[in-house]
Design a protein around this ligand. Structure first.
Ligand code: PLP
Length: 405
């Protein structure tokens, strides 16, 4: 029997959030050890339930959700999405240009597959949510990373973006609020980015899945509400704000200058049809999610669970000698820096592995987010305080003695 090998298309495609250290954590769990998993932003796993009305709407509609629906999604759900973005003053919306997918993940892949030819470049933030880089590679494009600046609250470095644009650049990805840094960009920064995209006629992909997970009263602005003369695709879904990652529900909304997108839209339509449609029962949760009580607000106010966990992690990390962390203004993560020289780190994945083995705490190393230096890690602040506080104390103990060979 010949060896069955993976395709060449997967060369250079990596998604290390679920990489080898996670496999080791699973082995430990199989042996009966308890591991605190601070590696994946899955709210339900930490007792954050989706709003009950969404649950009810899915159940209520189950009997009419047995067949396929339109490839782009249920009309009623797409109208609810349309209204959401109409209220945000998006330009040139059309229900027909709204696609529902099995999570934002599927739509990231669909939108890059439909766009890219060999060697086409896409500007992606570093650090990034690494599915963007993986999807661009898989679509035979070339991810080009622009730097976000830790000294500037992790805002994108516009000069770095400018310097990396070539004749092959087709699109720019913005992740706002950001995973992994927790940055939330202000209007001035978004306007700057639109300016660069305008100069070079770039398509903007705006991943806004953490749209409503905001702290300290920070306001969030969508690119789509600021720009009518460029093609913009905005991504969002139910996984985070509505704590329903398992429903696998996401959407993408085309707005702005649609005239330039007709051919691309044909490609999107074809790929959407090829996967028939997204999970139908789960689509019945969308209308309730967007139109119902926004219970996320209770979690992000100063007395709310997410806000308090964010504070504990931010303070706890900064209290550790050799660790620093910019305060996350949104999302579910802290992206902390460690002093490489102090801990003699040449391999950040090894550091994460060592922490797992010694303290049974699982994080993700910074390079998994396409960060160029081995000097960061990401921590998910979803667990309860009574788990986070001891975990931070354990981390302090670990870093007190840590030195890589
Ligand atoms: N985009 C960002 C920035 C994310 O952080 C995630 C998941 O963590 C996704 C997209 C994927 O979302 P979904 O669960 O809807 O596929």
């Amino acid at each position: 029997m010949p060896i069955i090998k993976k395709s060449n298309k997967l060369e250079g495609v990596c998604y290390d959030i679920r990489g080898p250290v996670l496999k080791q954590a699973r082995r430990m769990e199989d042996e009966g050890q308890k591991v605190l998993k601070l590696n994946i932003g899955n709210p339900a796993a930490f007792g954050f339930d989706m709003p009950e009305d969404m649950h009810k709407d899915i159940i209520r509609n189950l009997s009419s959700a047995q067949g396929y629906c339109d490839a782009k999604g249920l009309y009623s759900a797409r109208v609810a999405i349309y209204q959401h973005y109409q209220q945000k003053n998006f330009f040139n919306l059309d229900v027909d240009n709204i696609y529902i997918g099995n999570g934002v993940s599927e739509l990231i892949q669909l939108s890059t597959q439909a766009l890219l030819n060999d060697g086409d470049e896409v500007l992606i933030p570093a650090p990034d949510y690494p599915l963007w880089t993986a999807a661009v590679r898989l679509a035979s494009g070339t991810p080009v990373h622009y730097l976000c600046d830790e000294q500037q609250d992790w805002f994108p470095d516009i000069n770095d973006i400018r310097s990396k644009i070539t004749s092959k650049t087709k699109a720019i990805v913005l992740i706002n609020p950001n995973n992994p840094t927790g940055a939330v960009y202000d209007v001035a920064m978004i306007q700057d980015l639109i300016g660069v995209a305008r100069e070079h006629k770039l398509l903007i992909f705006s991943d806004e899945i953490y749209e409503k997970i905001l702290y300290d009263g920070v306001t969030f602005t969508s690119v789509g509400s600021l720009c009518d003369d460029l093609p913009i695709i905005t991504f969002n879904g139910l996984a985070k704000t509505y704590r329903a990652a398992g429903l696998r529900m996401g959407w993408m909304v085309l707005s702005g200058k649609l005239a330039s997108m007709h051919d691309y839209i044909q490609g999107l339509d074809m790929l959407a049809s090829m996967r028939l449609c997204a999970n139908v029962p789960a689509q019945y949760a969308i209308q309730q999610a967007l139109g119902g009580v926004q219970s996320i607000d209770d979690l992000i106010r100063p007395t709310g669970r997410l806000y308090q966990q964010r504070d504990i992690v931010y303070q706890g990390l900064n209290a550790i000698d050799g660790i620093s962390c910019v305060k996350p203004k949104g999302a579910l993560y802290a992206f902390a820096k460690f002093d490489r020289a102090k801990f003699n780190v040449h391999d950040d994945e090894k550091l994460i592995y060592d922490l797992l083995m010694q303290e049974k705490i699982l994080l993700v190393h910074g390079r998994a987010f396409n960060w160029p230096e081995p000097d960061h890690f990401r921590l998910v602040f979803l667990p309860h305080q009574d788990q986070l506080k001891p975990a931070l104390a354990q981390m302090a103990r670990f870093f007190d003695n840590y030195k890589q060979d």
